[in-house]
Design a protein around this ligand. Sequence first.
Ligand SMILES: Nc1ncnc2c1ncn2[C@@H]1O[C@H](COP(=O)(O)OP(=O)(O)O)[C@@H](O)[C@H]1O
Ligand SMILES: [Mg+2]
Length: 238
Amino acid sequence: MSNILEVKDLNVSYGGIKAVKDISFSVPKGEVVTLIGANGAGKSSTLRSIVGLVKPESGSILLKGEELAGVSTEQIVTKGITLVPEGRRVFPDMTVAENLKIGAYMRKDSLDEDMNWVYDLFSRLKERSWQLAGTLSGGEQQMLAIGRALMSRPEIIMMDEPSLGLAPIIVKGVFDIIREINKQGVTILLVEQNANMALKAANLGYVMETGRITLSGTGAELLENEAVKAAYLGKAKK
Ligand SMILES: Nc1ncnc2c1ncn2[C@@H]1O[C@H](COP(=O)(O)OP(=O)(O)O)[C@@H](O)[C@H]1O
Ligand SMILES: [Mg+2]
């Protein structure tokens, strides 16, 4: 099967507010796919509905051909998809190691191999395994949030604005890690406002505007698209 994730005619509403309007998109297995768009476009609502944190009003979400709509978040994570939420959300009063173990709470097997995998990816986390997460820098907290998500051994990991609020040099590190995780076989669905970096990292991109997908193409095509340049790359381009 080529598409690990397929979203069809998805609608998400909050009371009377329609946040996601009939969107359809797919994520090919093994690739980096990005969803870009301005603040309020409906990107987070899309990701949150895929993992069952928001109940879709209608539509279909297929993971490896299996319907996720109506399945609990815990069950969805065990099926191989996970979300690194916007704003990192690490547990500040717990150590780095404790935060990582929480990411694997659905599993009963040994965690040593996965802890080592995450520590190999993020040497800074290894050095700081006993440090309280709340005392880490913003970039380190983002690494920890990604590492925690990897502890559920996802086949596909979704990240909601991992670069938000980080200094440019740290952002580069986050994107390096995204590429490395992908190289190791994990499919990635990346939501970003940093369209320039995201499209450079992505095989495939979708542009979301006020709840709808208005454009799609390869990362390279979207980087060259005049409408995308005007709306999203003006400030990001250096
Ligand atoms: N919990 C919520 N309750 C009500 N409205 C919400 C909620 N979350 C998001 N929205 C609204 O849904 C729309 C899409 O928001 P969101 O999915 O967060 O967009 P993005 O992630 O692209 O910035 C916005 O109009 C936002 O105000
Ligand atoms: Mg958002």
